[in-house]
Design a protein around this ligand. Structure first.
Ligand code: HDD
Length: 682
């Protein structure tokens, strides 16, 4: 890899280039630059004698190794990141003076880290969990971090409860079980006793918590922030990321199997998409409420357990983010990146949401222990692209060499520099909100409705989504050992939907509540259902099951499928070339041993004239599993026999045919549909 290959020609990349080390082809040296003559044998007193302390290269190598690990993030430990850029479609001048949002076409380098919340750094990526969606914009006015999730609400309303929530979610302390899962007593005990989490757990039990890909999830800033424009006028704003590929999920059985078959499924998907040039794209949307309308709604707009229904407050699409470059080194970039919701630029300000207020403290604090001191902003990935000057000095690992005698403000010796900036010069001025009140530890009355939006969420779900939610609650509560915990949660669900509460109760062996306890809410928000999302075939992975003697027309079909953006991979019994009719051959990508239906979005069975029993068995298993996960199934040529032999209970999403144009059109449609929920699976 040469220097030129890596340059992405944006300012952040040029900055990172100054820190990259290209080691290939170079001489091995110590960290002091001394050339090393021997790297396999330590210095000993005689070939069979003891190792000598004097061996500085041995000491340096082992010491560095001994210190390679740093603490993992206390939450969001398992994550994966990529570089990209954000481009403005439409100026937001009317609402904010943030410079990176002023001109259509303006591009800003970004770094995005996706994560699960509960699991440790090595945990499986298909856990039922919220996904972190953290974006660092390297703007000309400093770094702006939008540290969000793929779910627009949160479990709690006040940051003081965050340690309790996380203690309840993490593996239980007496036996450190279960890893990366909320399906245990302490989490559900927390939920039942902290019912502000009702809305969030509806989302967490929905398909949103088992995304198909980081490329197919929405992102949300969650909190209400403030925009401030050049004239000082203020607006409330919520941020959204909308994936161009739509919002898609896997099914729970598939998620559990994926964690075994490929615990790196999500990172690999992101990495490969970027390497293949299938750059993930997300549009930035904003919902805006005029400052004077703060109290116009039947919920408190500062409450982080509430959404602003899109049908009432439209999401205005204002730009697009494209992730177009993988990191060079996961530790240096993905692990050392430090996000902070308090990293803002002029034109973006906070609100009094008590969850947000607490976050403003936590993020710097956590980096101090995780990254080992106060100089983490100097790490290449965290450096702003604009210059930074202040009187902060020293600390572990300080890299900047501040020249000069003065490190205090105010001073005369350096002409009172570095100097502060006026608003006109780009100085950050905190919004001068008038605040009055007594010191009090309490929750605002306007934060006390925990069920209305949980009901609205339930009302907005399609039938299959409701069934998935019911099953998810039944699974999670079914894993709780204490019957009292199960009963309490079911009783709580009776505030949301009686049918849901009763169905879950029946499955988990507790008393079904006999009356509805919640408020009457008929409202729904169609935007919340994944049924209404964008459906496209591109970048979908297709397993093409091919046997010896496959039909000579297969390459024509594969080429046409590829043109739609579908990514077919050839699966067969052995790696290498596989022969088809009339002397054609195809390279096999995976065998039945190294792949599995859960790794694909669809399966296309082609078979061959010379396949035997073992091919039939492997192919049948593959097809049946894909079918049971509601995935599109296609068959042509010899493959048709397999489908007929399986006697599938329904042919929803099963496309059979050889006539290229007809088959391709229908199968592509099926792949775009993603899943066929109406299909009976047994
Ligand atoms: Fe947090 C990490 C998102 C509430 C304390 N949080 C972290 C990350 C994301 C979020 C995406 C990972 C960033 C990365 O990739 O490095 N957190 C959220 C959202 C929240 C939220 C959307 C609610 C709306 N968080 C929250 C609260 C607190 C924290 C209320 C504490 C009072 N979060 C942290 C932390 C972490 C963190 C302990 C761990 C690692 C880190 O910060 O850098 O400070």
């Amino acid at each position: 890899m040469s220097k030129d290959d890596k340059l992405n020609h944006n300012e952040k990349d040029e900055q990172l280039e100054r820190y990259r080390s290209y080691d290939e082809g170079k001489k091995l040296t110590t960290n002091q630059g001394l050339k090393v003559s021997e790297d396999e044998f330590s210095l000993k007193a005689g070939k069979r004698g003891p190792t000598l302390m004097e061996d500085f290269h041995f000491r340096e190598k082992i010491t560095h190794f001994d210190h390679e690990r740093i603490p993992e993030r206390v939450v969001h430990a398992r994550g994966y990141a990529a570089h990209g850029e954000f481009e403005v479609y439409e100026s937001l001048k009317k609402y904010t003076k943030a410079r990176f949002l002023q001109e259509p076409g303006k591009k800003t380098p970004v770094f995005v880290r996706f994560s699960t919340v509960a699991g440790s750094r090595g945990s499986g990526e298909l856990a039922r969990d919220v996904r972190g969606f953290a974006t660092k914009f390297y703007t000309e006015e400093g770094n702006y971090d939008l540290v969000g999730n793929n779910i627009p609400v949160f479990f709690i309303q006040d940051a003081i409860k965050f340690p309790d929530l996380i203690h309840a979610i993490k593996p239980e302390p007496h036996n450190e079980i279960p890893q990366a899962a909320t399906a245990h007593d302490t989490f559900w005990d927390f939920v039942a006793n902290n019912q502000e989490s009702a809305h969030m757990v509806m989302w967490a039990m929905s398909d949103r918590a088992i995304p198909r890909s980081f490329r197919m999830m929405e992102g949300f800033g969650v909190h209400t922030f403030r925009f401030v424009n050049e004239e000082g006028k203020v607006f409330f704003v919520k941020f959204h990321w909308k994936p161009k590929l739509g919002v898609h999920s896997v099914v729970w059985d598939e998620a559990q199997k994926l964690n075994g078959k490929n615990p790196d499924f999500h990172r690999q998907d992101l990495y490969e998409a970027i390497e293949n040039g299938d750059y993930p794209e997300y549009e930035l949307g904003v919902q805006i409420i005029d400052e004077k309308d703060e109290f116009m709604f039947d919920f408190d707009i500062l409450d982080p357990t509430k959404i602003w229904p899109e049908e009432d407050i439209p999401v205005k699409i204002v730009g697009k983010m494209t992730l177009n470059r993988n990191v060079d080194n996961v530790f240096a970039e993905t692990e050392q990146v430090a996000f902070h919701p308090g990293n803002v630029v002029p034109g973006i300000d906070f609100t009094n949401d008590p969850l947000l207020q607490g976050r403003l403290f936590s993020y710097t604090d956590t980096q101090l222990i995780r990254l080992g001191g106060p100089n983490f902003h100097e790490l290449p990935i965290n450096r702003p692209i604009c210059p930074f000057h202040n009187n902060q000095r020293d600390g572990y690992g300080r890299q900047t060499i501040n020249v000069g005698q003065v490190s205090y403000h105010k001073n005369a010796l350096a002409g009172n520099t570095p100097s502060t900036s006026s608003e006109e010069e780009g100085g950050y001025i905190h919004y001068q909100e008038k605040v009055e009140g007594r010191k009090i530890q309490a929750r605002s009355d306007s934060f006390k409705d925990h069920f209305s939006q949980a009901i609205m969420f339930w009302n907005s779900m399609s039938e299959p989504e409701k069934e998935h939610i019911t099953n998810a609650f039944s699974f999670e509560l079914g894993m709780c050992k204490e019957k009292t915990v199960r009963q309490q949660v079911v009783d709580m669900l009776a505030n949301i939907d009686l049918g849901l509460a009763q169905a879950v109760a029946r499955k988990i062996g507790v008393h079904p509540p006999d009356s509805f306890q919640g408020p009457t809410i008929t409202k729904s928000s169609p935007a919340l259902s994944q049924e209404n999302t964008v459906k496209r075939p591109d970048t979908r992975k297709m397993a093409v099951l091919v046997g010896e003697g496959f039909d000579k027309n297969l390459p024509i079909i594969l080429e046409a499928l590829q043109k739609t953006g579908i990514r077919p991979l050839i699966i067969s019994e052995a790696q290498g070339m596989i022969k088809g009719g009339e002397g054609i051959a195809l390279e096999v990508d995976h065998t039945f041993l190294t792949s599995d239906s859960v790794l694909f979005d669809s399966v296309y069975v082609v078979g061959g004239a010379k396949t035997g029993n073992s091919f039939s068995q492997s192919a049948s298993y593959f097809i049946k599993e894909a079918y049971s996960h509601y995935k599109p199934v296609g068959a042509s040529f010899h493959g048709k026999e397999f489908i007929l032999a399986l006697q599938l209970p329904s042919h929803e999403g099963v496309v059979i045919g050889d006539a290229p144009s007809e088959f391709i059109e229908e199968f592509t449609k099926a792949v775009s549909a993603h899943r066929f929920w109406k299909r009976t699976t047994h």
